[in-house]
Structures are given as C-alpha cells and as structure tokens.
Design a protein around this ligand. Structure first.
Ligand SMILES: Nc1nc2c(ncn2[C@@H]2O[C@H](COP(=O)(O)OP(=O)(O)OP(=O)(O)O)[C@@H](O)[C@H]2O)c(=O)[nH]1
Ligand SMILES: [Mg+2]
Length: 318
C-alpha cells in the first residue's frame, strides 16, 4: 500500500468510526447555526444538550457555554462558522497527542535485549482481548516480534479466543489451562520473550468489576510477578474502555487508575456510539492520555489516537 493511500485509509477509518458522533453533533449544530440565529438562552440550551449527549462531560460543557457567552458579548463569536471554529479549538485544546505510541523498554548497551511489557486491563466485555489481538497485529506487521499472554484464566473459552487471534496475527502465545494462575502466565510470557529476544509482550487479563477489591488486588499481583522477572515492567498498563459506557467509563478509569497505575487508555467501539466525546471528558478529568481507539471488530480496526483527526471526524461535513 502506498504512503498516501495508507494515510487516506487511516483517516477514513477514524472518520467512519466516529460517524455516529458526527451525525449527532453535526446535525444539531447545523440546525443551530442556520439562518443567523442569535446566541440566546434557547440556543445555549440546545448546544448544551448536544454536547452532553455526545459525552463531552458536564464540566467541559459548562466551561464551553461560559466562554461562548463571554465571546459572544465581546463580538468574537457572531456567526455560525465562528461557533464551529470556537468549539473545535476548545475541544482540541483538551487533547494531547501521546509522545510515543508506547513507552518502549530502554535497552542497555552490552545487556541482553529486554521486551516491552504491556498489561491490558478493564471491565468485562470492554474489548481487552480484541485490543491485544489488534496491537499484536499492528506491531507484528511493523516487523516486531510479539508474544501474547493468555492471562484471562477465568472465563471459559477466553484462552481459545486469544489463541485464534494469535494464530491469525501469526504471533506466539503463552497459555495455561483454564483456572490456572494468571500471574504465572504473565511471568512465563516475559521469560519466553526474553529467551527469544522478542520486542513486545501483550498480557490479556480477565474482565473485572472495578468495585471488586480482590480482583483489583489480583492485577496488582500480576504486576508484581512481572516485575520480579523484569524490573521496570510493565512499561504500560492500558485501560480498555468501551466508549458506549459514556460517563460510566470515567468512573471506571478513576478506580483503575488508583488501583493499578494505568498509564494510558484504549477507547473501543467508537464506531458503535454517538458518545464519541468520552475521550475528551476522561482526558480532562483524569489526565490519562488516550493512546489508541478501536473503530471496529477486525484486526486492523485500531488506530493510534490522533487529536486532529479525531476533532475533524467529529465536526466534519458528512
Ligand atoms: N464495534 C466494535 N466492537 C468491538 C471493538 N472492540 C471490541 N469489540 C467487540 O466487543 C466484544 C467484546 O470484546 P472482547 O475483546 O472479547 O472484550 P474483553 O474485554 O476481552 O471481554 P472479557 O474478556 O469478557 O472481559 C466483541 O464482540 C468484540 O468484537 C470495537 O472497537 N468496535
Ligand atoms: Mg477478554
């Protein structure tokens, strides 16, 4: 695939993935900014409803409305296009492009190569296993050697599900029998990656409710056991959030961040929701960067988070 084609399809995927959010915001905005409407109380109410429905979050929505009133009085926002530009800029300012896709392990000259270890956590059904498969596929196709660890030893068929994905992506999988020890699987996977000189270990984990303390403690144990094998690991702990959970996702992120040292987010299922604004509220409230977004169910439906593409996809024309 040529360079421009690759860039083009990347943007198309993000754009397609956010179609529902764009439809919600776009159609509401068009009715708002049409025919030289004044920015009055009814206008502001309609704008507020739209932003909340897209899950931009209460705090950010209030800040936008307050700033808009000031700018309107000052004559800085008068026409529809001004409003659009103002909204785009205001939301873009909340987001930051991650410096690196992943925090790769630092290699020491003269020492054996060490793998980068990424722990994938989240509530049931958020999209963890699919994300492991997508990340495996992404880095494998960039020429990296990847090992996945089937750390969900609770749910029947979870190991089988990841095995199928690993086969499809052509990466190695370390697994145990159902009911085995997740921490031991993670440990073995890191050891195997070290032995093979692999670049990346992706550790899938069982879904857990964020208010179940013993399950959260188990994640901590997995981390400690990984550290025993490789100090400094895991290099990333990515919390997978289902975008359709909206404001619930913010609460999940808060608890996981406190309990497990989450370093970044993967927001999945953006293709299935008009709540595409959740990425903005989480960034604002927790300061956690969105590293990747999931925009579909197949292996190449994962994109590094690009704030500009994201904003364009939300406010675009069609
Ligand atoms: N449309 C869409 N579906 C997704 C996306 N990511 C995951 N899914 C679907 O969501 C469902 C759950 O995904 P899994 O990866 O099994 O979720 P999980 O977090 O591993 O679930 P548990 O292991 O049961 O906790 C599957 O049907 C996936 O195909 C996405 O970005 N878009
Ligand atoms: Mg799973």
């Amino acid at each position: 695939m040529g360079f421009f084609k690759a860039i083009g399809s990347l943007f198309t995927k993000v754009k397609d993935g956010l179609a529902k959010t764009r439809k919600l915001i776009g159609s509401a905005l068009r009715s708002l900014i049409g025919a030289g409407r004044a920015i009055d109380q009814a206008f502001l109410q309609q704008l507020e409803d739209t932003l909340l429905a897209a899950d931009i979050g209460v705090a950010k929505t209030e800040a936008i409305l307050a700033e808009l009133k000031t700018k309107y009085k000052a004559g800085e926002v008068a026409k529809g296009e001004d409003l659009l530009a103002f909204l785009k800029k205001s939301l873009r300012d909340e987001l930051q492009a991650p410096a690196d896709e992943l925090n790769w392990a630092v290699q020491v000259a003269g020492q054996p190569k060490q793998p980068t270890v990424v722990l994938i956590v989240g509530v049931n059904g958020a999209g963890k296993t699919t994300t492991v498969a997508k990340l495996a596929n992404r880095y494998k196709s960039q020429g990296k050697q990847v090992v996945v660890a089937a750390g969900d030893t609770y749910r029947a068929a979870a190991i089988e599900q990841l095995s199928i994905w690993a086969d499809r992506a052509g990466v190695a999988i370390i697994k145990t029998k159902d009911g085995g020890d997740a921490a031991a699987v993670a440990f073995d996977a890191v050891a195997a990656a070290q032995a093979r000189g692999a670049d990346l270990v992706l550790v899938d984990t069982a879904g857990r409710l964020h208010n179940k303390e013993h399950l959260m403690r188990e994640l901590d144990k997995i981390r400690r056991v990984i550290q025993k094998r490789l100090p400094g690991a895991p290099h990333e702990t990515l919390l997978v959030l289902d975008a359709t959970a909206g404001q619930n996702a913010v609460q999940q992120a808060r608890v996981f961040k406190d309990a497990t040292g989450v370093t970044g987010l993967v927001v999945t299922k953006l293709d299935g929701t008009a709540k595409g604004g959740a990425a903005i509220s989480i960034r604002r409230e927790l300061g956690l960067p969105v590293k990747f977004i999931g925009v579909g169910e197949s292996m190449d439906d994962l994109q590094p988070f690009d704030p500009d593409a994201y904003i364009e996809a939300i406010f675009g024309e069609t």
